[in-house]
Design a protein around this ligand. Structure first.
Ligand SMILES: Cc1ncc(COP(=O)(O)O)c(C=O)c1O
Length: 384
């Protein structure tokens, strides 16, 4: 039986195979320190869980409108006003099954076959696959420490072709945790607007920035399409809920496509998320954020002391993208060696692109300080 050529080009996450091996080792009784996992280890805050359970008990389990529960769209609009002092009409909010659904829906509406999409390498791996799935062309731009591992105006100018229609960025980024500066973003938005193209900003890690306040990209230009999610800051990965803030002209098409490809985001999750912005939940989430910061402040100097190079300090998310060339020029093999020999799981650079991926690994601090200390202890013995 034949398969579509597009599916053959789509890459799985390499870290999933590594995680499967880690689980096998655990089943054999080995103790594994998990620094490969890209989701918060905290449970969903109780007020959200209770709201979800109440919704199910009351029978709120039917489809919502494809663009989301009106109350949730209003609540998200209120969140932008409160958190960023920016007024976004609820009509511009499209609720989706995670940021994944948001990315797919957005690209499905704005991209034509053969269009070129500019994105950073290293970057979130699924973006390349979404573009491929929609028969677009991926134009990966190698980024480095000089721009904080983010695309810049110069990158856009140097890589633009008459086929380029979309630019995708994530701030903070996965895997580097680095931010795109607001002044650079404004310049990029202006450039993209002049070209009549789209700028997509993934703000999924926005709630997890450890120093200073960051502006949403929506304050730079109202034509920017912003993607966000309840997965990371809100500790709701498995509830599968995210959103888009789109220019109003796109919402009708997003509605039409959402009706067809997923009907609507999960209903109990949408009711649960109504409790995501209240003060009780915010207090819990901010304490989780403080804990992530404490972990980052432990892990960053510890990795440097071991001999990993971290050229740009991550300002957010829960990742450290570390150069490991002192130890290897095959970070994929290195990740397996660490797993097999000392039970430390990390993600090889290969998952994030091809740009010097062989000398990078990503550490996630989605486990307790005590476990991170244990990981560092094992790495110290092994690498020395
Ligand atoms: C940058 C980025 N965007 C989007 C996603 C997808 O998140 P979700 O679909 O859980 O909201 C992730 C998940 O790791 C991510 O790192």
């Amino acid at each position: 039986m034949s398969r579509s050529s597009r599916i053959k080009d789509i890459q799985p996450f390499h870290v999933m195979a590594l995680l499967a091996r880690a689980k096998e080792l655990e089943a054999e009784g080995k103790d594994i320190v998990h620094m490969e996992i890209g989701e918060p280890d905290f449970p969903t805050p109780a007020p959200i869980v209770e709201a979800g359970i109440a919704a199910i008990s009351q029978g709120d389990v039917h489809y919502t409108p494809a663009v989301g529960l009106p109350e949730l769209r209003e609540a998200i609009s209120g969140f932008y006003l409160e958190r960023y002092s920016v007024s976004i009409s609820a009509d511009r909010v499209v609720v989706t099954p995670g940021a994944s659904g948001a990315l797919m829906l957005t690209l499905g509406v704005i991209m034509q076959e053969g269009d070129e999409v500019l994105l950073a390498d290293p970057g979130y791996p699924c973006n390349r696959n979404f573009v491929r799935f929609l028969s677009g062309k991926i134009r990966s731009v190698s980024v480095d420490a000089t721009t904080g591992y983010q695309l810049s105006l110069k990158h856009l100018q140097n890589n633009w072709t008459d086929k380029t229609t979309v630019v995708m960025v994530a701030s903070p980024s996965n895997p580097t945790g680095t931010l795109l500066s607001h002044s650079e973003l404004i310049k990029m938005a202006q450039f993209v607007k002049e070209k009549g193209a789209y700028l997509l900003v993934d703000e999924i890690y926005h709630g997890l920035v450890y120093e200073g306040d960051v502006d949403t990209a929506l304050t730079a230009d109202e034509n920017i399409i912003v993607i966000n999610s309840f997965s990371k800051y809100f500790n709701m990965t498995g509830w599968r809920l995210g959103w888009i803030i789109a220019p109003e002209v796109l919402v009708k098409d997003m509605d039409k496509l959402a009706q067809n490809i997923f009907l609507a985001a999960p209903t109990p999750a949408q009711y649960a998320a109504l409790a995501a912005f209240n003060s009780e939940t915010t207090t819990i989430l901010e304490s989780h954020k403080d804990e992530f910061k404490r972990r980052r402040n432990f892990l960053l100097p510890a990795l440097k002391k071991l001999g990993f190079t971290i050229e740009v300090e991550p300002q957010g998310a829960f990742y450290i993208y570390a150069k490991c060339e002192k130890f290897t020029n095959d970070s994929y093999q290195f990740a397996y060696d660490l797993l097999e020999n000392i039970g430390v799981a990390v993600t090889p650079g290969k998952d994030f692109g091809e740009n010097k991926a062989n000398i990078f690994v990503r550490f996630s601090y989605t486990t307790s300080i005590e476990r991170l200390e244990e990981g560092i202890k094992r790495l110290t013995t092994y690498l020395n």
